[in-house]
Write a protein that binds this ligand. Structure first.
Ligand SMILES: CC(C)(COP(=O)(O)OP(=O)(O)OC[C@H]1O[C@@H](n2cnc3c(N)ncnc32)[C@H](O)[C@@H]1OP(=O)(O)O)[C@@H](O)C(=O)NCCC(=O)NCCS
Length: 180
């Protein structure tokens, strides 16, 4: 199992089948907030769905396509961060993240992002990481801005939320520009 320390209290642990109950409990407790910007939340309605997600991500890790970590603070699952859409010829991947209710506003997502970016550049030897978020998702936007990402553009009507097309912002960081 991959494990990345973030700081004294936080660590990233690659999601494992045994984490499914904790993962589902966190999603279920945070459903109202998460569903605002994450379309998959409405389809995750029991522990089996979280288990299948974890198994899918483990298969994708074997195929070098993605890797998903739980964000743990002193033994408590706070959220998830992942790398997905790994483009091998371009050495590029996208970062996704979410935190459960009660875990936001503490700097956890930003700290976890720093750790996964460092992992992407130094261990996976990626050349670029991207963060994509719905244009209206101001909380998500703050993270790449704080980390010095460059805004690269807007993908018009590139996601669907609750039946409506929404625009996505793309922000990117190049390995040459990353200051650990
Ligand atoms: C997007 C999301 C992960 C951001 O969470 P967050 O708690 O705002 O992000 P952070 O963990 O980095 O916390 C930053 C905030 O914590 C506060 N904070 C407290 N202590 C801090 C510390 N030591 N370091 C940094 N920030 C700290 C800051 O004030 C900051 O708020 P500000 O930028 O308004 O000043 C969260 O809102 C979420 O899960 N949303 C729902 C799912 C979602 O939209 N995911 C993203 C899809 S693209």
């Amino acid at each position: 199992m991959l494990e990345l320390p973030v700081n004294d209290a936080l660590r990233l642990l690659q999601l494992q089948p045994a984490h499914a109950p904790a993962l589902y409990a966190l999603i279920n407790a945070s459903r109202k907030n998460l569903r605002k910007f994450l379309p998959w939340v409405d389809y995750n309605t029991n522990e089996e769905h979280s288990l299948r997600f974890i198994e899918l991500m483990l298969r994708k890790t074997d195929e070098q396509d993605a890797v998903a970590f739980g964000i743990w603070e002193n033994g408590r699952l706070c959220g998830v961060i992942d790398l997905h859409g790994w483009d091998h010829p371009l050495q590029k991947a996208e970062i996704g993240y979410w935190l459960g209710d009660g875990e936001q506003g503490k700097g956890i997502a930003t700290a976890a992002c720093k750790t996964i970016i460092q992992y992407a550049f130094s261990q996976l030897r990626l050349n670029k990481v991207e963060i994509r978020f719905v244009l209206q998702n101001e909380k998500s936007a703050k993270i790449p801005i704080k980390l010095g990402f460059t805004k690269e553009g807007i993908l018009r009507q590139s996601a669907k939320l609750h039946g409506q097309y929404v625009d996505m912002v793309v922000m990117g960081m190049l390995r040459q520009d990353w200051k650990p």
